[in-house]
Design a protein around this ligand. Structure first.
Ligand code: GLY
Length: 331
């Protein structure tokens, strides 16, 4: 429910609809820079939980650190928050009561690492980074990912946490449906995706989630899939996704956003066009919330979602804010 309070902030989408993003000059959301100057360092991340995550990322960026270190440290903030029910081991479990985590990371050299369906490890993003740094692979899943994490010295942590287990038991008792349908914006899929441009002009991104609460065991969303939940091309820009992972995977969402930027779309226009593709591929949009964030090489950023309710956190020199994304429709 926390995510809803953002409606109190900022302008409505209709008030902004007359602003064409590619022409906007330092518009109210500051999406597009009005000169050849590069805004750096800068970090953006999904949802309100991105505010705290950005602060920790900023400690790295403002000390001339790399965007890769910044995004890892940044999203670890959210993974460590045991009150967060959609990221890290404080997240909701699958149907069988097991919390399984998905994460990925990508740097400016197109190196990437990913873990999916990882159980009992506090910082899946750091395991993903070790997959990237220390193995010839990109993705490890399930028990293999867990064994790898333990071999790297990560400690097993019991999950779900007590409160979450209680909630899951109550849900099981009362639930007659096979799946719990996610409650749009407020409950599920509130991945933290983070994109950063460092002082040296290099882009990186990270993405981490516990996924769809009460999902089928073995379900993996978009967040650990390079090209779906996250994509970085240091020549062009970076993008990440939040929301219903199945819909994001279907169109290789984050890769699509970056490729549109390569064709000349602004980050904002690229996110909007990618959302349009999702909408055009689904007859029934009930509960289908997806949001994209994008950042280009000049520090221009954009965000767009299917429904209202998506917001993102921005941090750059002298500015830290939570911004409502533009959207296609009201729910
Ligand atoms: N976007 C996160 C998920 O669907 O799991």
């Amino acid at each position: 429910m926390k995510r809803r309070f953002f409606l109190k902030f900022g302008l409505s989408a209709s008030a902004l609809s007359f602003i064409k993003p590619s022409k906007a000059i330092d518009n109210l959301h500051g999406f597009t820079s009005n000169s050849d100057s590069i805004v750096k360092p800068i970090v953006i991340s999904t949802w309100e939980h991105g505010m705290a995550a950005n602060e920790n990322a900023w400690d790295i960026l403002s000390a001339n650190g790399s965007s890769l270190d910044a995004v890892e440290i940044g999203v670890k903030t959210t993974e460590a928050d045991m009150t967060n029910r959609s990221v890290g081991i404080g997240g909701r479990p699958d149907l069988s009561g097991q919390v399984t985590l998905d994460a990925c990371i990508m740097d400016s050299n197109s190196n990437c690492g990913s873990v999916a369906c990882l159980e009992g490890i506090k910082h899946p993003i750091s395991v993903a980074r070790r997959v990237m740094d220390d193995t010839p692979h990109v993705m490890l899943v399930g028990q293999g990912a867990k064994d790898f994490a333990l071999s790297c010295g990560f400690k097993h942590i019991k999950s779900p946490i007590k409160e979450v287990k209680k909630e899951w038991r109550e849900w099981k008792r009362g639930n007659k449906e096979k799946f719990k349908k996610p409650i749009i914006n407020s409950e599920n899929h509130d991945t933290i995706g983070m994109l950063a441009l460092d002082a040296n002009g290099n882009l990186s991104g990270a993405c981490t989630t516990s996924g769809w609460g009460y999902k089928l065991p073995g379900r993996v969303g978009d967040s650990p899939i390079i090209g779906a939940g996250l994509f970085v091309d240091n020549e062009i820009g970076a993008a990440c996704a939040t929301g219903l992972g199945e819909a994001v995977i279907r169109i290789s969402g984050s890769h699509t956003v970056v490729e549109l930027m390569r064709q000349g779309y602004s980050p904002q226009e690229a996110c909007k066009e990618t959302v349009s593709r999702i909408i055009s591929k689904h007859k029934n949009l009930d509960g289908l919330q997806v949001g994209f964030l994008a950042l280009d090489k000049k520090g221009n950023y954009g965000a767009y979602s299917v429904f209202n309710g998506f917001n993102f956190a921005l941090k750059k020199v002298n500015k830290s804010s939570l911004i409502d994304a533009e959207y296609n429709r009201r729910w």
